[in-house]
Design a protein around this ligand. Structure first.
Ligand SMILES: NC(=O)c1ccc[n+]([C@@H]2O[C@H](COP(=O)([O-])OP(=O)(O)OC[C@H]3O[C@@H](n4cnc5c(N)ncnc54)[C@H](O)[C@@H]3O)[C@@H](O)[C@H]2O)c1
Ligand SMILES: O=c1ccn([C@@H]2O[C@H](COP(=O)(O)OP(=O)(O)O[C@H]3O[C@H](CO)[C@@H](O)[C@H](O)[C@H]3O)[C@@H](O)[C@H]2O)c(=O)[nH]1
Length: 476
């Protein structure tokens, strides 16, 4: 089977970058990314791409208009392609059965129905969205129940492992590419066709093939394991704060054990992003549906610990500020869920703002990349706050020094590199005293901040100034 044309349905954080890299690496293939949203497609076709991702612009510009296209002509693009990648959103359901836990597969279903409706030739359909186990079977059922004479479909699972902020390097140099598919001659042929695309830049030994269900479950398992590591180190951070141990030292000590490994052991104010919570909840729901309550409870605890960590950090801010933040200006540095992205989905910063606003704090938010409108829209979500409260309590600035001026405290919510480079003496001079810094990402030089006179609090470590103004762990 020869692949000359690929159609990707969904021009989001995954569809856009992953197809840009495919087009960049496969000049012999035409890749067209389609979306229902004209606005999104227009942005992909402009100088102002809809998402910020280091290196993305260069890759897009290298092939856009040559073998990479962004379009709303969904039917035509599907008809012409031999391989169709489904990369639509699969958010947590907000209604009905499984509300708050199950993945909402309505976008996957509508993409599958559209393929069945318009296709006039056989297709390989690739499920790249993150889905519950057996979703490919549902896609297959929709396609085969609606197929036209002579049109056949092979449905593959090819989950995406890119992380935001590093998407381009993750796509160029992935640890592995996973392809699950039917273990039949036609299934193997389809797996080989998709594998051929990746072989343009990825060594064969990194392309792992398996059955569809294993592939679907592996994606949920990978995210659950990663999220669980963060919740585990965050649980340790609470013990550190209560005992005088230092969570960075504990991370280092356990991370040097090659069986454990060093990555994803950074204590924080909790994990955010559109994936971890959604996918762990998805796994919890799946376990419940499979009548495995103990397994469900085990993974649910990863989420509970994350909620606890966000709430615990906000409570520490309130308690350090003499048990009240009402009418106190608090500068929030960072609104994105991690550095090098403007994505705010499930960002812990939003929860910290929400908890502080519930205590009537005046929050002044600065983020180097997140759009003003996005911050307002997140804060005015009914689950967070209302417009009147936001108007009263929130200011959003484009200048970190302005955000901190006259504030009682600075809270570091995102690990942006630029936060390390600020003139903290100048900031200190402009703040009310005592001036507090709550470093929720453990990125600042705490010793020098203490020397400047700040009261510093961070995750997993208690700091006090001793007689010579040296940093030391708090004795119990
Ligand atoms: N964001 C990540 O870092 C990441 C990483 C790996 C996997 N994933 C998974 O990839 C999937 C996509 O995530 P995302 O962050 O790119 O989502 P997204 O919301 O950024 O993009 C999804 C796009 O699909 C479009 N869409 C929805 N239904 C459509 C339809 N029927 N036809 C055409 N377009 C349609 C939407 O308009 C939207 O632009 C999800 O399942 C997610 O869990 C995301
Ligand atoms: O040691 C760590 C590592 C991360 N985080 C936080 O965890 C969240 C998620 O970070 P990261 O995993 O780097 O970003 P995502 O873009 O959410 O990527 C995850 O989710 C994607 C969507 O499924 C997967 O494809 C990726 O492999 C997986 O890393 C962020 O809030 C981070 O600040 C920590 O608190 N401590």
């Amino acid at each position: 089977m020869k692949i000359t044309k690929i159609c990707c349905i969904g021009a989001g954080y995954v569809g856009g970058p992953s197809c840009a890299v495919i087009a960049h690496k496969c000049p012999d293939v035409t890749v067209t990314v389609v979306d229902l949203s004209q606005e999104r497609i227009d942005q992909w076709n402009s100088d102002n791409l809809p998402i910020f991702e280091p290196g993305l612009e260069e890759v897009v510009k290298s092939c856009r208009g040559k073998n990479l296209f962004f379009s709303t002509e969904i039917d035509k693009t599907i008809i012409e392609a031999e391989l169709i990648i489904i990369s639509v959103n699969t958010p947590t359901k907000t209604y009905g059965l499984g509300k708050g836990r199950a993945a909402d597969l309505k976008y996957i279903e509508s993409a599958a129905r559209k393929i069945a409706e318009v296709s006039t030739s056989s297709k390989v359909v690739v499920e790249k969205s993150t889905v519950p186990v057996k979703a490919a079977e549902s896609v297959n059922n929709i396609l085969s129940a609606n197929h036209k004479h002579g049109v056949r479909y092979q449905v593959l699972s090819n989950p995406e492992f890119l992380a935001e902020g590093t998407a381009i390097s993750d796509l160029l140099f992935p640890d592995r590419v996973l392809i699950g598919g039917p273990q039949t001659p036609e299934g193997r042929e389809a797996i080989d066709a998709l594998s051929w695309v990746y072989q343009h830049w990825i060594p064969m030994e990194k392309i792992i093939t398996m059955n569809t269900w294993s592939s679907e479950l592996s994606k949920l398992a990978a995210n659950a394991f990663l999220a669980q590591r963060i919740s585990s180190i965050n649980a340790m951070s609470a013990i550190c704060e209560a005992t005088g141990a230092d969570v960075s030292e504990v991370s280092h000590a356990i991370g040097t054990d090659t069986r454990i490994g060093a990555r994803f052991l950074q204590a924080s104010i909790g994990f955010g992003g559109s994936c971890f919570q959604k996918d762990v909840l998805n796994l919890v729901y799946l376990s419940e549906c499979l009548n495995l309550p103990e397994v469900a409870a085990y993974w649910q605890q990863v989420i509970e610990m994350n909620e606890y960590q966000k709430r615990r950090f906000a409570n520490r801010i309130i308690s350090a500020l003499f048990n009240t933040v009402a009418n106190k200006k608090i500068a929030i540095f960072g609104f994105a869920f991690k550095k090098d992205t403007a994505d705010t989905r499930e960002t812990p910063s939003l929860y910290i703002c929400k908890y502080l606003m519930e205590e009537a704090a005046l929050v002044s938010i600065y983020d180097p990349k997140v759009d003003h409108k996005q911050i307002v829209s997140d804060l005015t979500d009914p689950a967070v706050s209302d417009k009147e409260t936001v108007d009263k309590l929130v200011t959003i600035t484009t200048d970190p020094y302005e955000a901190a001026k006259g504030a009682h405290a600075i809270v570091i919510c995102t690990e942006w590199d630029e936060f390390k480079t600020y003139n903290y003496q100048r900031i200190y001079d402009s703040m009310l005293k005592p001036a507090f810094i709550f470093d929720g990402r453990m990125i600042l030089d705490h010793q020098s901040l203490l020397e400047l006179g700040y009261h510093v609090e961070t995750v997993g470590r208690r700091l006090v100034r001793n007689s010579v103004n040296r940093l030391q762990a708090m004795p119990k």
